[in-house]
Write a protein that binds this ligand. Structure first.
Ligand code: ITT
Length: 232
């Protein structure tokens, strides 16, 4: 016969487990935050696209691009498997197919990077790691004596279903690496990338400027046109 104390502690243990499960669900399937002037995207329905990313900037940029097409998007801040490859599309596709099976829903994954010509495409698929380790300052030091500063950003998207099918889209923006960081907006390498045809960095230009030129906006617009055409 269990004592009162044991019954109580078993009950509170179950309550703690229930609470932490709910907390995890709420954190992973993020509630949408309303952006200024945009329609609320809740509640999610079968056509809502879940974007698996832990990068809120990527999510906000995707959301701004898809919103005029009337496509709802939500952030799924769950970790995903990133295979080692020099091809962005392969990394995105593998992660999307795995995440779709895991979460039993259609999901979107984006892998992106900065490719510098004189460095033979470095940091490329290692951009996130390079940014986290040496940062923008360290990267500029690598480019110190280089006069050829052409580079491009690429974003590769994969939309995968739990049954294994997937669709891929990509976007590229060419430009140059500046000699010093400028601007405070955006994220990652935005303070040192000047898109071709412009005179300021992504970080100086702000959201409208970024959406006009960016690799991500190009890729997400391709996805939007396909999505509307196929009405899946
Ligand atoms: P998730 O994997 O969770 O989506 P992440 O930031 O790790 O987020 P990636 O693995 O695709 O995403 O890494 C891309 C990196 O490339 C990113 O962290 C930046 O350093 C850089 N990058 C990509 N797109 C960029 C952009 O639009 N502006 C500035 N830097 C960018």
């Amino acid at each position: 016969m269990p004592s009162m104390l044991q019954v109580r502690s078993e009950g509170s243990r179950r309550a703690i487990v229930r609470l932490s499960e709910r907390k995890w669900r709420n954190r992973v399937f993020e509630k949408p935050r309303k952006l200024h002037g945009e329609a609320d995207t809740s509640p999610s329905d079968k056509r809502t696209l879940w974007f698996v990313t832990q990068n809120r900037h990527k999510y906000q940029e995707a959301r701004r691009t898809l919103d005029p097409f009337g496509i709802k998007i939500r952030m799924l801040a769950s970790p995903k498997t990133e295979i080692q490859s020099t091809i962005l599309g392969e990394i995105a596709k593998f992660a999307a197919q795995e995440a779709a099976k895991k979460h039993k829903r259609r999901v979107l994954v984006e892998d992106s990077g900065l490719f510098v010509r004189i460095l033979n495409g470095f940091p490329g698929t290692f951009s996130s790691y390079v940014h986290d380790t040496i940062g923008v300052g360290g990267f500029l030091r690598l480019m110190n004596r280089q006069t050829r500063r052409e580079a491009y950003f690429q974003a590769s998207l994969a939309l995968a279903s739990p049954r294994g099918s997937s669709q891929e889209f990509s976007g590229k923006v060419h430009g140059t690496i500046s000699h010093k960081p400028s601007g405070t907006q955006g994220f990652g390498f935005d303070p040192i990338f000047i898109p071709r045809g412009a005179r300021k960095t992504f970080a100086q230009g702000g959201t409208q400027f970024k959406d006009k030129y960016s690799h991500r906006a190009i890729a997400f617009r391709k996805l939007a046109r396909w999505y509307i055409r196929t009405k899946i």
